[in-house]
Design a protein around this ligand. Sequence first.
Ligand code: URP
Ligand code: ZN
Ligand code: ZN
Length: 466
Amino acid sequence: MFDLIIKNGITVLPSGIMEADILINDEKVIGVSIPRSDFNTAKRVINARAKYVLPGAVDPHTHFENPSRDIITAHDFRIGTMAAAFGGTTTIIDFAIQKHGESLLKSIEERRRTADGKVVVDYSLHSGITDLSSEVLAEIPKIINYGIPAFKVFMTYRKERWQIEDGEFFEILKQVAKNEGLVCVHAENGDIIEHNIERLLKKGKTSPFYHAVSRPNFVEEEAINRAIIFSRENKAALYIVHLSTEEGKKAIFKAREDGYPIYTETCPHYLIFTEEKLRKSDGMYYIMSPPLRKQKDTTALWKGLEEKTISVISSDDAAYLPRYKIRGRDNFTEIANGVPGVETRLPLVFSEGVNKGRISLERMVELLCANPAKIFGLYPKKGVIAPGSDADIVILDPKKKLFLNNLHTCIDEYPIYKNIEITGIPEVVILRGKVIMEENTFLGDAGQGKFVKRKINPEVLRNPIC
Ligand code: URP
Ligand code: ZN
Ligand code: ZN
């Protein structure tokens, strides 16, 4: 007797797409087979005929309960991971960003205390380094052994006290590479941004659109090139977060052509919106960093997904209460940076990408499931439907239409996705064999998500493998 059988679904497997039965026991996939009439005895049988069956998606970039300057993001670990579940994401990786003077371990333990007991999907953390010292450098191998092999650094955000200097970045790359870890970087030139902001404010150019003017494409391009050169010199692997520009994409394409293990992600908002949104009266709701770009960038990013320069689509979910957006209507520097996205990521990529013929269904599964799991050391436990993997599964109805008006979030008045119609939504979401969302009803429990220790396959760190 199996715990669960998912029958007859159009199933995305590493070998391709086939109609299949999936057998599940003790939280794991124990078999995948062509449909068989004798596979019908289980505690529960779900008939997924005409539905797509995908691995639970992995979102390697969320900011839940994330303090920055005077505010904190609105999605706490319970609401954020519940929204993730509704959107077909069964594993998230958030951040433990070091406070100045604090050890990396202390920041990780504090974040785990905040998250455990609330999370409804599985989770991990990246270790954010903001205050480098010899003690912190010495801690890096211990953090990797602890099961956190990726470190996040910021080349901007001086006011938040997150920005690190180039020399520190260089040392972090060296130490992380030596210990088989990966550095993730927010690549924007902070000095140029500060200079531009000062100049714009002096001229009275303060509306939301000037946020984008203060961060032109070359700000990202230059930082990406600098980060690539620093990585090359240290034989270090690098993951560039939230890529937004055509120019940045070209630099990454070249580095990968030259064989360097440089990876990047983009986010749905850079694929579906352009900077024109910032000119409207509700422009402040579309503020994130890097900012929305021009149509030529959006087009280049879609191409980058298809041509495999971009390996991952993350959400960069950083949800703020509307009041923290509105307060900067007349001074863009007061607008909290970031937008929600953890729930809408998979439905938008399916609807805008697969349904519109921009990417294949298999490519979507690479971008949302397999590749983030591979790059961040979760594969094949997560990101794939295969014997032995965790039974994290999404059954998606490819025909169902929905306006993204009633999201499962504490900021449902947040307007940016309103009136966007999508086709294709997750109908059933399964975490380690347990149905946690079915037909728009959440069936999970706070605290059921587990902290997952990670180890990156050395191959990922030597060559661009995906
Ligand atoms: O604007 C953004 N992206 N906010 C979240 C923090 C970050 O830079 O990823
Ligand atoms: Zn960032
Ligand atoms: Zn982010």
